[in-house]
Ligand binder design. Structure first.
Ligand code: ZN
Length: 303
């Protein structure tokens, strides 16, 4: 297996118009492009006539109108949400208000671990803390709709409440921000956890769906193999951090400078949180030591 993740950065889709990507599944792009969201968030519509919406998207009037327009004349029976980032979940309340459909998700937003003294949910600007599902879903729970069957697949890591959704009839998985074809997601403590994230990748590696439809960008093809690339990528990142520490005690900014060469400057803070996520995991496993709790400002050394 080559060392590089075989990213696919194509997405032939304009915002505002629903497009059928596989029979019985439509996608609709929100116009919220950014270094974190690629060309924007994708909302999915599952079925025909009596349908489910997956990830209604950001609180964007144009996107909400386009989504309601796309399902005009049909009945929305379920609204699924993969996770509580502001580009995925806030429009759920609006789609519910317009259609009466219940909102289903793993749960409200929560951190992946208890907060350390003085720590806040640093990425709270990106968290939808108002989100409350009408029905919480357990891992493996199956929801039957009209002509579609969706299995909830708990995939914590990017957020603690992240869920993927397997569509049995099409043998595909809506992977949210857990696995995407265009990039790897941010895993940032305390909202995210590298240990959970890796366990969730391991879980998907053993599933059979060959195609994933992510929250951003085009479909993931040959998905189990793509997931293996993701796992290797994280192992290489961990190895790179350990190599830096083998040269002596270091802080997170110096590790980021050494291992993220040519990074978009807008992504440097997220890279720091991602390195922290790895260091938390390494400290928990006894490979790395630090004073007190692992934090963004701490210094780290090999044990
Ligand atoms: Zn997200």
């Amino acid at each position: 297996m080559s060392d590089e993740i075989p990213f696919d950065k194509t997405l032939d889709l304009a915002p505002g118009t629903a497009q059928e990507i596989v029979p019985g599944v439509r996608r609709l792009l929100a116009d919220n492009p950014s270094p974190f969201t690629f060309k924007g968030t994708l909302s999915y519509i599952v079925g025909r006539g009596r349908i489910a919406v997956i990830d209604p998207g950001p609180l964007d009037e144009k996107h909400i109108a386009a989504l309601l327009d796309a399902v005009r004349g049909e009945t929305v029976t379920h609204i699924f949400v993969t996770h509580t980032h502001r580009d995925h979940s806030p429009a759920a309340a609006r789609i519910k208000a317009a259609t009466g459909a219940p909102v289903l998700a793993q749960g409200p937003h929560r951190p992946a671990r208890r907060l350390h003294a003085g720590e806040t949910l640093r990425l709270e600007a990106s968290n939808d803390t108002d989100f409350k599902p009408d029905r919480t879903l357990a891992d493996g729970e199956v929801v039957e709709g009209s002509g579609w069957t969706i299995e909830a697949v708990a995939t914590p890591g990017h957020t603690a409440n992240h869920m993927a959704f397997a569509l049995r009839e099409a043998n595909l998985l809506f992977s949210g921000d857990h696995v995407m074809a265009w990039s790897t997601p941010v895993v940032a403590p305390p909202d995210g956890s590298m240990r959970d994230y890796l366990a969730s990748l391991e879980k998907l590696r053993h599933r059979s769906e060959p195609v994933y439809l992510p929250g951003h960008g085009g479909a993931v093809r040959d998905a189990p193999r793509f997931v293996e690339h993701y796992i290797r990528h994280r192992q290489r990142r961990e190895d790179a951090i350990l190599r830096q520490l083998a040269g002596g005690e270091a802080d997170i900014p110096s590790i980021v400078r050494a291992i993220y060469v040519g990074l978009d400057p807008r992504l440097i803070p997220a890279a720091g949180r991602s390195v922290l996520a790895h260091l938390e995991d390494l400290v928990a496993r006894g490979r790395v030591a630090t004073e007190g709790e692992p934090s963004i400002d701490a210094r780290y050394r090999l044990r």
